[in-house]
Write a protein that binds this ligand. Structure first.
Ligand code: SAH
Length: 345
């Protein structure tokens, strides 16, 4: 079994290459080929001897993402990719253009185990974790295809990043590395459904990234019904972890709240949410639910959403409504992989 060389951090690569008795400058060269230039073949590493390239390819492979399908929004500059991996599995990424630059939303797993009732990613089932190299390859493939430089990353695609902790951390180190894409941690957002012990693990690494929590409910009754993870780690445990995280890292924690008509969007829900978050340095991002065919979740009217926001604000809770990009191309993750697996596309 060969190892994904792109999944190794600089330090790990350096250790492996020194075991092969290679000088230190080789680490830098090879790391730059893999991460800065997104090289997907050892043969393209032109300043490395043929002998060494052969040796490397006997021991390692370089992960990549092939573009299976590409959808360009006619409403905005959003581009969505369906990528095919070496084993025929599919993942999705979305590139969005903002005033401050390009943001990519990447997948961290093939499928998801978390089982949230409103989400498409769970429907097609969990297959496997992505390697750190496969997570990063989404950036390389999109950058090459669009001829752009991506400056921001959100881990909000298919999968639960904290359920693939070690690979996600290696990915973060690699994209942040000055010999790689050199993307600042402050430009990276990691979203989790709330795997509490891993939030503490992340906190202890003291990275300067933004942590955002998919909260989606004001109490355990609703949250356990819609997000099974809550039966293991309830809202109080989750918020205690968030407070500890904010204190240790000095970074404000954000909350995603997808509004589903008749499920979690009443005035009472808004008041209960406000009281749960009071006294905490927080920000709530309200997202109108994207209905996924089989799920039957209904989006409220614009007025319903504005009303929910104003109740939060009246209680001193910072809340914004997420702008929907790429709504004509199924831009929310999980939808394309599901259609592909069902054979609809
Ligand atoms: N597993 C991680 C990363 C996925 S992020 C997490 O749960 O945070 C994707 C975000 O989109 C999450 O906040 C998720 O709850 C939300 N989401 C999933 N399905 C959705 C839908 N149908 N409409 C709106 N938001 C949805």
């Amino acid at each position: 079994m060969k190892t994904d060389i792109k999944a190794l951090t600089y330090e790990q690569l350096n250790n492996e290459l020194s075991e092969m008795s290679l000088p230190k400058f080789r680490t830098k060269q090879i790391f730059q080929w893999l991460h800065k230039f997104g090289c997907s073949s050892f043969d393209d590493m032109t300043n490395i001897s043929k002998d060494l390239r052969e040796k490397l390819s006997e021991k390692y492979y370089i992960s990549s993402c092939a573009i299976e399908d590409k959808y360009e929004s006619k409403l905005d500059d959003t581009v969505k990719y369906l990528f095919r991996l070496y084993d025929g599995e599919y993942i999705e990424s979305v590139v969005m253009k903002y005033k401050y630059g390009y943001t990519i939303c990447v997948s961290s797993q093939v499928g998801c185990k978390m089982g949230c009732t409103f989400c498409a990613s769970t429907l097609a089932g969990f297959k496997r974790n992505l390697t750190a190299g496969e997570i990063e390859s989404q950036l390389h493939s999109a950058q090459n295809d669009l001829n752009i430089k991506i400056s921001h990353i959100v881990l909000m695609g298919i999968g639960e990043p904290l359920d693939n902790f070690d690979n996600v951390i290696s990915f973060l180190k690699n994209v942040n590395d000055e010999n790689g894409l050199n993307i600042s941690m402050r430009n990276i957002t990691l979203s989790t459904c709330g795997i509490v012990p891993r939030i503490y693990d992340l906190m202890n690494l003291d990275l300067q990234l933004t942590l955002t929590i998919s909260l989606h409910a004001p109490n355990d009754e609703i949250r356990s019904r819609t997000m099974p993870v809550n039966r293991k780690y309830n809202i109080d445990e989750l918020l205690t972890a968030c407070k500890a995280y904010a204190k240790k890292t000095g970074r404000r924690v954000s909350f995603e709240y997808t509004l589903i008509k008749g499920v979690n969007d009443s005035e009472r829900d808004a008041l209960e949410l406000a009281s749960k978050l009071s006294g905490m340095l927080s920000h709530v991002n309200l997202i109108p639910v994207n209905d996924v065919e089989e799920r039957g979740n209904v989006r409220g009217s614009k007025q319903d959403i504005i009303k929910f926001q104003s109740v939060l604000k009246s209680k001193g809770i910072n809340a914004t409504i997420r702008r929907t990009l790429g709504s004509d191309i199924n831009a929310s993750c999980g939808q394309l992989r599901r259609l592909k697996n069902r054979g609809d596309k």
